[in-house]
Structures are given as C-alpha cells and as structure tokens.
Design a protein around this ligand. Structure first.
Ligand code: Z5A
Length: 227
C-alpha cells in the first residue's frame, strides 16, 4: 500500500494574533473531516527543543541576535528531523504553530540579521522542507496590545519595543506579497487571514482557505482524501 505524504500547514503572525487559539480548533476541524494530523509548535516539540524554548524566551540575560536565531534554528532542526518529517512520511498532516517565517520576521526584520545568511542556516535546519500552506493571521498592533494586556505575562521578545514590533509587522505584511513569495520558494504559498473576528469567524476563514487551496481533498462529503 502506498502511503501518501501528509501536509504541512503552518500558522504564523505576531504574538496574540490568535495562532495558539486557532491551532487546536483547526486540528479538530481536520479530525472531523477524517484527517489524521498532529499539532506542533516552535520553538519546542522535542526534548532539546523544549530546553531551547526556555533558554531563548525566558532566561534573564540578553542573547546576541545571532545566538537567538541559531537557537530557534537548533530547535527547528530537531523538530523537522525527529518529528515533522516522520509524521509527513507516515501520511499524517502537521499543523505547526510558527516556523521559519518567524525567524525572517523577528531575527532578520526585527533584529537586523543578514537575510541571506539566515536563509542559508535555515536551509540546514529545515533540510529544504517547504510548507504546503502558511496562514499568516493579521491583527492591528492596538488589538494585539489589548489582548496581551488582558492575558498578561510577556516573554523577552514580546517586551522588545514598539519599533521592533513595527518592523516585524512590516515583514509579515511583506510575506503576503506574491513578488516576495516568488523570490522565496523555500516558503511555499502564504495567505493572510484577518485575525480580528471572533474565534469562530477566524476559524471559518481558515477552513475556507484550506478548502479553496485543496478542493480535491475536501470532497463534497465530509470524507477527507489525502492526495
Ligand atoms: N520566535 C522568534 O523570534 N523566532 C523564531 O524563529 C520563532 C519564534 C519560531 C514564541 O513564543 C516567541 O518566539 C514569539 C516569537 C518568537 N514571541 N513573540 N513575540 P510563544 O510561542 O509563547 O508566543 P506566540 O507564538 O507569540 O504566542 P501568543 O503570544 O500566545 O500568540 P498567539 O498564539 O498568536 O495568540 P493566542 O494565544 O491564540 O491568543 C492571545 C490572546 O488573545 C489569548 O488571551 C486569547 O484568548 C485571545 N484571543 C485569541 N483569539 C481571539 C479572538 N478571535 N478574539 C478575541 N480574543 C482572542
């Protein structure tokens, strides 16, 4: 029996745009359609990755931008090799809460690292794995701030300042430009979804996007057919 490869669906966007709220809802929607999928996040998802997560987000001392980028990529290398690729090979789809567009946004646009050097290091970490679809959730800075204030508890990157976050916002907007995507084949297709609606509205937009991207997969019935 031939096992067809699962799909890699990435959720991206600024903090508080709603990725972690939507990821399990999307997983449930896929399950309701008979799709075997697993939910992972970056940084983390492996023993080494969880240690790296603690170090890069919560230690009290400053890391250089290069150290920060390489730590995110070390976590990514572990996750891609040990978890994501085996899942995809077995035919299981993966929903991934953040991937390398976050490095391009936070460490390249935000911290000012060289884009070409980061892309090369990233190719090593991902082994050339290209997402089948990346959804960028968009939300205004004011709306994000209101959510962050309600939730509390800021990590190091959340505390990085308004100018830093404005550069990150601009980067996520740039990723939606077809010309940028044509220059970055490693990123695969990227679509933006307005994260400002209710949780149900945002989920509906996401599932409509998936259905539009893979009409042959989401057949008329509730049955899902892996391609
Ligand atoms: N990072 C990096 O710099 N470089 C990299 O390469 C990678 C990551 C991979 C990861 O931290 C940090 O690492 C992140 C980028 C950096 N830091 N920043 N900034 P994380 O995983 O802990 O943080 P996050 O991904 O930013 O998670 P987050 O702040 O929780 O954002 P979110 O997942 O998009 O949002 P949420 O948790 O779903 O929602 C936030 C709040 O809004 C929460 O109280 C919800 O109940 C509420 N919410 C969600 N949806 C709605 C709707 N629709 N309406 C109203 N309220 C809502």
């Amino acid at each position: 029996m031939t096992v067809t490869r699962g799909r890699l669906i990435v959720l991206e966007g600024q903090e508080s745009s709603g990725k972690s709220t939507q990821a399990p809802r999307l997983l449930q929607w896929l399950a309701d359609h008979g799709i075997d999928a697993t939910l992972l996040r970056e940084p983390g998802g492996t023993d080494a990755g969880e240690k790296i997560r603690e170090m890069v987000l919560h230690v009290p001392y400053q890391l250089t931008p290069a150290t920060e980028a390489l730590l995110f990529m070390a976590s990514r290398a572990e996750l891609v090799d040990r978890v994501i690729k085996p899942n995809l090979r077995e035919g299981r789809s993966v929903i991934l809460d953040r991937f390398f567009l976050s490095t391009y946004a936070y460490q390249v646009a935000g911290r000012g690292l060289d884009a070409g050097l980061v892309a090369s290091a990233n190719a090593l970490a991902t082994q050339g794995l290209v997402p089948d679809l990346t959804v960028v959730l968009t939300l205004s800075a004011a709306a994000r701030r209101a959510r962050l204030d309600r939730r509390g508890g800021h990590d190091k990157i959340e505390r990085a300042g308004d100018q830093f976050h404005a550069r990150v916002d601009a980067a996520f907007e740039r990723f939606l430009d077809p010309a940028w995507q044509a220059d970055h084949p490693e990123a695969g297709p990227i679509v933006g979804i307005d994260g400002a609606g209710t949780e149900d509205e945002v989920l509906n937009h996401m599932t409509a996007t998936l259905t539009g991207a893979w009409p042959e997969t989401f057949a008329v019935s509730s049955g899902f057919h892996q391609q």
